[in-house]
Design a protein around this ligand. Structure first.
Ligand SMILES: Cc1ncc(C[n+]2csc(CCOP(=O)(O)OP(=O)(O)O)c2C)c(N)n1
Ligand code: SF4
Ligand SMILES: [Mg+2]
Length: 772
């Protein structure tokens, strides 16, 4: 190492151990998500509102595990979607306690409208973002397209480049947001997967006393819980006042500009780690620089070291604070820099650069002495790795600009490829013509006496000849019930079918680009809005047929396939579509959890069941409330047809699907809930679907019935066949419920039994009643 290199390293302002810390700490090996959860535990938030989404889900999962072991007392509330979760957080924060959330990507976008409300009413809380690409197309890996959407919301935004920073900055976030001059919510952005999942050494507080002193109590703020001082939170406000409200928000952000360095300095005393507002690495004498956010900056630092050894005067700038934007710091840092490449992990399409690039350019533009040449590059989208060689190219381009005094290409995408022009789509199975799958497996007739439909089904063995509208080769787990379910659904359907799959296992494992297992037209949209999407398509179809633009003979059936989770987050639009009674089917395969994201609780998860967000331990016995009765919710929309079914009863299921298709074509919206096996997360054997589903049905936990024009009919009655068993016979078959058989959890089993009996008795009464 040269003398120059050593000096430069010593003056680097990277977050490193800089002083003996005031708080005792211990070394752990943790990921960014674990670090966020540990920080939450150590801060002792009152409430967490959340909704699972990769890659931030582990924050809630880790906290659920810790809660089960009694390591914290945070009240954890799973929202019905991120919009709901953000609302939970806002309400809880208005209540005067400390509040936490964690999300990513579409989750942030789905909650986005809540963010300015919270900033505008000045209600602090902390939101961790494991940054991930925004749809579409759907990509679960990391870039910064989500956090850039939050730039204009009025939240303070801190950037955590590694798990240690995630841990440390959570403490800073609480204190900054609650400062009397700031009173703003704070977002901490760290890179999805690169930081959220990669384990690093993390110093964790071993003595919370100094931490408590650092944080202090949450200062009192106006709250609707103070009934002695009634106040109006969120009044209707027009001109001339709204602009003044925004001035105050702007002033709060300016105050944060002063408060943040103070808090970070206190944090440094506490932890021994420094977080300058703008992290400047080897910038003292740098003539060329690159500007990057978060983990990519750490990669570039290593490249800068290598270039320094070769005598190039290069450095790296990377903000630890994105809002308020450190414009002064950038101006100072770039004053003597001849050329800089600014990398954005998200584009601001049509603006000639991503937000970081635009803002740095704006910052230096007002400095008359600044002559820095700027190159804007978009890199690393959708989780594309950023290696030292990429950083090397950024430096090389800036070095060239510095030498020549001109920028050849001011704006470009870095790392995009032309693909394989002319190679065409990879051949898969050919599309399946309607005639090939219209073999009359189910004949539907209306019974004129009752007005109900009767279905005559071909024997099951004949069904095996039916070509499947889903090709083989999808990536589901062995034993997965989603695909036998879909096979049965398709077997009973005739003609052209257009499907919309909501996000979930069945979607993810069938459409990994550039392949698809779907041999018919398939759509995917965000599952918080899919029913609305399909309803739009249905209406366009009928209108174009009416106008003679499409042939009536085509006669398409429109089917939405959802998981039970999709019927949580997508419930509102589904009810909307049901109330409008579009001619379409909504079929839910219910595997009792959000399986695609790692088995978190859904509202359909039964009481007491273990999921990764309703953990089991000394202090938590699984999910705390009963499963949602989605079929009855849709029944209350007075649809022509509602049914429940299970892949374990194929004939019953196919009969109902045939009826459903008839109603969806002729009358309006149909909803069906189908119990579907998930060996991975039910913790059962791959080949045990039959006994487990049978036990769920025989215990009356999952009754099989249909509601035709408001008339309820049980299609299988375990009482009548003397097959009824207690729910415990079903619970003992699954790993996720085995804990319920311990004597300590007897009251939960009694609770499940009582609720099952109550719902069953109600259904039976409806079945027997001539009107219901
Ligand atoms: C707005 C938004 N929030 C969260 C997610 C993450 N997510 C993808 S699939 C899924 C769960 C789906 O559960 P379910 O509908 O039951 O289908 P399953 O995975 O069980 O088949 C979640 C939470 C997302 N894609 N978008
Ligand atoms: S996790 Fe469950 S639902 Fe998802 S593919 Fe595996 S078995 Fe099927
Ligand atoms: Mg599910």
């Amino acid at each position: 190492m040269t003398g120059e290199t050593m000096t430069a390293l010593a003056t680097a302002t990277r977050a490193t151990d800089v002083a003996a810390p005031a708080a005792r700490q211990k070394l752990e090996f943790r990921s960014g998500n674990e670090a966020a959860a540990l920080a939450a535990r150590d801060i002792g938030f009152h409430v967490m509102g959340y909704f699972p989404i990769t890659p931030s889900t582990e924050v809630a999962e880790n906290l659920s595990k810790m809660r089960a072991e009694g390591e914290h007392e945070i009240v954890m509330i799973a929202g019905d979607g991120e919009h709901g979760a953000a609302g939970i957080c806002y309400g809880a924060a208005l209540g005067g306690g400390r509040v936490l959330n964690a999300t990513s990507s579409q989750g942030l976008l789905y909650s986005l409208e809540q963010l300015p409300v919270q900033a505008g009413t000045r209600v602090p809380m902390v939101l961790n973002i494991a940054a991930r690409a925004v749809s579409g197309p759907l990509d679960i890996r990391g870039d910064h397209s989500d956090i850039y959407y939050a730039l204009n919301t009025g939240w303070v935004i801190l950037c955590a480049r590694d798990p240690q920073a995630v841990y440390d900055l959570n403490f800073a976030a609480v204190k900054i947001g609650e400062h009397r001059d700031v009173r703003l919510p704070v977002l901490i952005a760290y890179d999805g997967f690169f930081t959220s999942h990669q384990k690093r050494r993390v110093q964790v507080f071993d003595d919370l006393e100094p931490v408590r002193r650092f944080l202090g109590e949450r200062p009192p703020m106006p709250t609707p819980l103070d009934t002695g001082h009634p106040a109006t939170f969120g009044p209707y406000m027009n001109d001339p006042d709204l602009i003044n409200n925004k001035v105050q928000l702007s002033q709060a952000m300016e105050a944060a500009r002063c408060v943040i360095p103070e808090v970070l300095a206190e944090l440094e005393v506490l932890t021994g780690r420094a977080y300058p507002v703008l992290d400047a690495y080897r910038m003292d004498d740098a003539e060329v620089a690159t500007v990057l956010l978060n983990s990519a900056a750490e990669t570039a630092k290593e490249t800068a070291d290598e270039l320094r050894v070769k005598g190039e005067k290069v450095g790296v700038l990377s903000p630890n604070v994105l809002r308020p934007f450190p414009a002064d710091e950038f101006r100072r840092a770039l004053r003597l820099v001849k050329a800089v490449t600014i990398g954005d992990r998200a584009d601001s399409y049509g603006a000639g650069g991503g937000n970081l690039s635009l803002e740095v350019r704006a910052a230096i533009q007002i400095d008359p002495q600044n002559e820095t040449q700027v190159l804007s590059r978009i890199y690393g989208l959708g989780g594309k790795d950023f290696y030292g060689t990429d950083a090397g190219q950024f430096f090389a381009q800036a070095l060239e600009a510095a030498r020549s005094g001109r920028v050849g290409v001011p704006f470009a995408y870095h790392g995009a490829t032309a693909g394989h022009p002319g190679s065409g789509a990879r051949p898969g199975l050919p599309p399946i013509p309607a005639a090939e799958v219209s073999r009359g497996m189910a004949k539907v007739q209306r019974d004129e006496a009752t007005g109900r439909l009767k279905v005559e089904l071909e024997p099951l063995w004949k069904m095996t000849e039916m070509p499947n509208r889903i090709g083989p080769g999808h990536g589901a787990c062995p034993g997965c019930g989603a695909f036998p379910t879909l096979r049965q659904v398709y077997n009973a359907m005739e003609g052209d079918v257009v499907v919309l799959f909501q996000t979930g296992c069945a979607m993810v494992v069938t459409t990994g680009y550039p392949s698809t297992a779907h041999r018919i037209n398939y759509i995917h949209n965000l599952f918080q809005n899919d029913a609305a999407t399909l309803s739009g398509l249905v209406e366009m179809y009928h209108e174009r047929v009416r106008r003679g633009e499409l042939p009536q003979s085509q006669d398409i059936t429109f089917v939405m396939i959802s998981g039970d989770g999709g019927m949580d987050i997508g419930m509102g639009p589904a009810i909307g579509a049901a109330n409008r009674n579009h001619r379409m089917m909504i079929l839910e395969y219910d595997n009792q959890g959000y399986m695609n994201t790692g088995a978190q609780l859904s509202y359909s998860t039964p009481f007491g069941h273990r999921t990764s967000t309703s953990e089991v331990g000394k202090f938590l016995p699984g999910k705390r409330y009963h499963h949602k009765d989605t079929a009855q919710i849709f029944a209350a929309c007075h649809l022509p047809y509602v049914f429940t079914a299970s892949e374990g009863y194929p004939e019953d299921l196919m009969r109902k699907v045939a009826k459903a298709q008839w109603y969806a074509k002729n009358e309006g919206l149909v909803y069906g809930k189908i119990l579907s096996y998930c060996p991975l997360n039910w913790r059962t054997a791959d080949d045990a679907a039959q006994p487990v589903l049978q036990a769920a049905i025989d215990s009356c936990f999952f009754p099989l019935y249909e509601i035709e024009h408001g008339h309820t009919t049980l299609t299988y009655d375990p009482d009548a066949t003397d097959r009824r068993h207690p729910v415990s016979d079903w619970l003992k078959l699954m790993g996720k419920t085995r804990h319920l058989l311990q004597p300590a959890n007897a009251s939960i089993v009694e609770g499940i039994q009582a609720e099952t009996d109550r719902r069953w008795a109600r259904l039976k009464a409806m079945h027997e009643h001539p009107i219901l």
